[in-house]
Design a protein around this ligand. Structure first.
Ligand code: ACO
Length: 317
């Protein structure tokens, strides 16, 4: 294991709500279709003057308060996002400046919906080896800025938001991460893309939804079974699951394949849609605040997304 613990968590969800009924007004879709195919009822959308760094900053402040730390205590800030303010400089540098985290370095991670898990795993490695003491990991998305609002197969799926956690060296016998793994299948890179297209002024999201669905259902369960085996646990022995929130059918199918009861997780995608890199850390924050994760329990984190990428972390809380 690694002597690294979660010292605090936070989230920020923008105020503006968009319901499925709002989409009925301008698209050939329905609340019934969206709910039955995805589980989503509504999502939040960043204000026109709110960018990824603004959402990330607020989630970061909340995590610092929760951990009882000051910005100067941070050695590193990693923002995981698919929708940065700019290609360069990194969004995390803006967050570092806004927080006044004078002792912290900053870089972004781009790994689709697996981004915040990837950033956590990187931070765990750095803290465990003694390079850093306190790392702020933020997942933040301004997804509305890359959606094609005429494409009913994608724009109904995503939402904006930010989640954060602080990873710190843990004391002997305290909570700790047990193991972590990320994998990628780059031959499937075209299943989810955010890229410039002819006639579009800025990058736009495209997704081959049913292929993504099939890929995840085929690859995630064996990946997790294998990861559990390597980590010395069975899926049934995991007390609580912190999952990337993409689709309730994916979550139900995963638990069925693993033989795990769905009451061992917190599902919030009906409220937020898929917030990509933010989703895992928002879900972590809500699971902590609702007391779903108890001291000594085995907690599995897992995410999947563009790349295609998959990842898992095992934590002893
Ligand atoms: N309203 C009504 N009908 C729709 C809508 C909509 N919003 N969107 C698509 N349809 C139609 C399609 O046009 C199609 O019609 P057709 O049969 O006449 O061609 C029909 O519904 C079925 O479409 P499918 O795409 O096959 O529907 P499916 O059951 O696969 O559900 C969905 C689509 C929800 C996108 C599903 O495939 C899915 O959840 N995929 C996974 C996406 C995901 O998890 N992404 C996560 C990673 S994202 C990241 O990393 C950034």
């Amino acid at each position: 294991g690694y002597p690294v613990k979660i010292a605090g968590t936070g989230k920020y969800i923008p105020e503006k709500v968009m319901t499925n009924f709002d989409f009925e007004k301008f698209l050939d879709t329905s609340d019934e279709w969206i709910q039955s195919r995805t589980g989503i009822k509504k999502r939040h959308i960043a204000a026109d003057d709110e960018r990824c760094s603004d959402l990330a900053y607020k989630a970061g402040l909340a995590a610092l308060a929760d951990a009882g730390l000051q910005p100067d205590d941070l050695d590193l800030i990693i923002v995981a996002t698919d929708t940065p303010d700019t290609y360069c400089p990194c969004t995390s540098a803006k967050v570092q400046g806004k927080l006044g985290a004078n002792n912290a370095g900053a870089y972004d991670v781009l790994a689709g919906c697996t981004g915040s898990l990837t950033a956590m795993l990187t931070a765990i490695g750095g803290v465990a080896s003694g390079v850093w003491n306190n790392v702020l990991v933020i997942g933040a998305e301004d997804f509305a800025s890359v959606l094609d609002w005429n494409d009913r197969s994608t724009c109904i799926l995503f939402g904006d938001g930010a989640g954060a956690c602080i990873l710190t060296r843990s004391e002997e016998g305290g909570p700790r991460f047990v193991s972590g793994e990320i994998v990628a299948d780059g031959n499937k890179y075209d299943l989810i893309t955010i890229d410039k297209e002819e006639g579009t002024p800025s990058p736009v999201l495209r997704m081959k939804g049913s292929e993504v669905f099939r890929f995840v259902n085929t690859h995630l369960p064996p990946f997790l079974k294998n990861f559990c085996e390597k980590s010395g646990v069975t899926p049934a022995e995991v007390d609580f699951w912190v999952l990337h929130q993409a689709n309730t059918r994916i979550i139900d199918g995963l638990f069925k394949r693993l033989g795990v009861s769905t009451d061992r997780t917190l599902v919030n995608l009906e409220n937020y849609g898929n917030t990509s890199a933010a989703s895992l850390v928002v879900t972590l924050d809500e699971s902590m605040k609702e007391g779903r994760i108890k001291r000594g329990e085995k907690v599995m984190f897992t995410a999947f997304g563009a790349g295609m990428t998959l990842g898992a972390l095992l934590y002893e809380a």
